[in-house]
Design a protein around this ligand. Structure first.
Ligand SMILES: [Zn+2]
Ligand SMILES: [Zn+2]
Length: 252
């Protein structure tokens, strides 16, 4: 099993997971063209893609989903709330998922996890294959006991480190938007990301990446500083994801 971020941030997110020559995509906040280019630069095969899982309706996650599904003739999975918002509720490609569901997609087992975020019915996903668990967690405003429990035991973790509270406060966002981002249904700060890692880290974690890093309200150095306080993590550095760059594969 292996996985890769094809881009991460407020202008678009997509993560590709592969197992035994079959793959699934979590989110497509890019245009169809950009997504296909990025799959190619990852030296992966779009023809192996069997489904897209959609976390929620925000454009940086859902924008290109239907175009990609139409092109490749594959289904999309998301919550009813997301489907209603996107106008997919009667669409034959839509496969409903509810928080707590387990679904088999592209030969992998997908657990849908309910998260606190300001969308209609947001989900995040833990994907398991061949005894290996990968947790992808991008948009949430706070660390609920439910989320912390759902991401225990993962061998690969792709988490959110969205903002530095000081930069957010001094940055260009109007007060209302600042309050939204920092609020319990917004996005995780660097310190919250560090806390999450400490609450779910265990010796079996082989890959740790942090993404959805704000270009206006954060800086990679600040993410690094916030995560450097985590005891025992120095020999397993957290790799940072970027908006305009395909990351390295995380392989098991
Ligand atoms: Zn969002
Ligand atoms: Zn987002």
């Amino acid at each position: 099993m292996r996985y890769i971020s094809l881009g991460s941030g407020s202008k678009g997110n997509a993560t590709l997971l592969e197992h035994q020559g079959r793959s699934l995509l979590i989110d497509c906040g890019f245009s169809r063209k950009t997504l296909l280019q990025r799959i190619e630069s990852a030296q992966a095969d779009a023809g192996q893609l069997e489904a897209v899982l959609v976390t929620h309706e925000h454009g940086d996650h859902a924008k290109g989903v239907m175009a990609v599904c139409e092109l490749l003739d594959i289904p999309l999975y998301c919550s009813q709330g997301t489907a209603i918002h996107m106008g997919w509720i009667d669409h034959p490609r839509w496969q409903p998922l509810t928080g707590g569901d387990l679904a088999s997609v592209a030969g992998m087992s997908v657990a849908a996890v309910t998260v606190p975020h300001d969308a209609r019915e947001p989900l995040q996903f833990v994907v398991e294959a061949a005894g290996l668990k990968v947790g992808v967690l991008s948009d949430l405003g706070s660390l609920t006991p439910h989320v912390v429990a759902a991401y225990q035991g993962c061998h690969g973790l792709q988490l959110e480190a969205n903002h530095d509270p000081d930069m957010l406060r001094k940055g260009p966002y109007p007060p209302r938007l600042q309050a939204r981002v920092a609020g319990p249904y917004g996005h995780l700060s660097n310190a919250q990301c560090a806390e999450l890692i400490q609450r779910i880290d265990w010796p079996g974690v082989q890959h740790l990446t942090a993404g959805h890093i704000s270009e206006k309200n954060n800086h990679p150095d600040l993410v690094g500083q916030a995560l450097a306080v985590i005891p025992g993590l120095s020999d397993r550095p957290v790799r940072l994801l970027a908006q305009n760059r395909v990351a390295d594969w995380c392989e098991f």
